[in-house]
Design a protein around this ligand. Structure first.
Ligand code: KG4
Ligand code: ZN
Length: 352
């Protein structure tokens, strides 16, 4: 079984070819960071145009490197949402064209399912497992029951974790993307200097909130006289912010572990995935949190936690094995929750 995967939902244009045993035959990825840096964040229109400019060549290179022809493909899988709709349309329409011309099945992939199933590709994790999905657009705790079967336990009531990293980095003049910049600054800083709030810590349930923490960092930065924010201050603010965010996430995950064990007493794995799962401090805290709760943490390699096309191709393989394919009239979706039955979280600016 050979599947071509395409990812264009955010600021990475990527294509990969993998086989049914999970071997990566090829992968290409082009980050648009340089194109967005002047604006301090992702500009959807620029992202869509960049995907359009580069995707064809990236797919051709992936096919060439994999040494396969289109006739060898068993399916083409592309992200069909959620994400920036212009970019999603570029990838999905390209996949539809390949499927139509070469008469192969199309698989419309939920980008979040890509992050969710990566641990099965890397570590062969069995269903069910508990998933912490932490990325630029999402922060959720889910029970992964099977392919296409998710039960959401908690979500953010305001910002996603990656969004909080990006906004705080911008505030501190650390640039974009914010997560890696905060992590680097935090390594040099004192995480105990500022006693920032741990949002929702100790509260029932396992929802998240980060906007109050973000405001606390802004107020602390503004308390310094204008122009007097020294490099040491920035490093200490970054370290104290990261410590508070990690602490808050660890508290929410502890509660989710207990809920998960209530539903699946035999389940033994906590998986973390999404761009923020690249954060070393978060990984270390989650290793402890999981083991205290009697679970084992599985964190895929960083390159497979941030956006990539291997995870999309892998969802293609998992779905194809179950006979889940899509018709050519499938629509691109800006919003696409993994658990459509989940009750709306209460709070401002709730994400799907
Ligand atoms: O999963 P991803 O690549 O794209 C989305 O689907 O959102 O996640 C990107 C997010 C960005 O907000 C970025 O700042 C964050 O992941 N991120 C990190 C780190 N590396 C990337 N956050 C904290 N620490 C990192 N090392
Ligand atoms: Zn992502």
């Amino acid at each position: 079984m050979i599947v071509l995967g395409i990812e264009t939902s955010c600021d990475e244009t990527a294509a990969a070819v993998i086989d049914g045993e999970g071997h990566v035959l090829s992968q290409t990825i082009l980050s648009q960071i340089a194109e967005h840096v002047p604006y301090g964040g992702i500009v959807p229109e620029i992202a869509a145009r960049a995907h359009l400019a580069h995707l064809d060549k990236l797919i051709a290179k992936a096919m060439h490197d994999a040494k396969v022809g289109y006739g060898d493909l068993d399916a083409v899988a592309a992200t069909a949402g959620p994400g920036l709709i212009g970019g999603v349309l570029v990838g999905l329409m390209t996949a539809k064209a390949i499927a139509a011309v070469h008469d192969i099945p199309l698989i419309a992939v939920n980008h979040l399912e890509g992050h969710a199933l990566t641990a099965r590709f890397t570590d062969n994790v069995a269903f069910p497992y508990l998933l912490l999905l932490v990325s630029g657009g999402h922060c959720q705790l889910l029970v992964v029951e099977g392919v296409g079967r998710y039960r959401r336990l908690g979500t953010t009531v305001d910002d996603a974790a990656g969004e909080a990293f990006d906004k705080v980095a911008k505030m501190l003049g650390l640039g974009y993307p914010g997560g890696p910049a905060i992590e680097r600054a935090a390594l040099k800083g004192d995480g105990a200097r500022f006693a920032f709030p741990r949002p929702l810590k100790g509260k029932a349930g396992c929802d998240f909130s980060f906007s109050g923490l973000k405001t606390a960092v802004r107020l602390a930065a503004e308390a310094r006289p204008p122009g007097a924010l020294l490099e040491k201050d920035v490093n200490d603010l970054a370290a104290s912010f990261q410590a508070a965010l990690v602490d808050s996430i660890a508290d929410r995950v502890t509660r989710a572990c207990a809920m998960f064990r209530g539903i699946h007493p035999d389940g033994g794995t906590l998986v973390v995935s999404g761009g923020v799962a690249a954060n070393t401090a978060l990984r270390a805290a989650l290793t402890q949190t999981a083991s205290r709760s009697g679970l084992t943490l599985v964190a895929p390699p960083i390159a497979l936690c941030t956006d990539n096309a291997v995870m999309i191709a892998w969802v293609g393989i998992e779905r194809l094995k179950l006979g889940f394919t899509d018709t050519l009239d499938v629509k691109a979706r800006p919003r696409w929750p993994l658990d459509p039955t989940a009750a709306k979280a209460t709070g401002a600016g709730v994400k799907a």
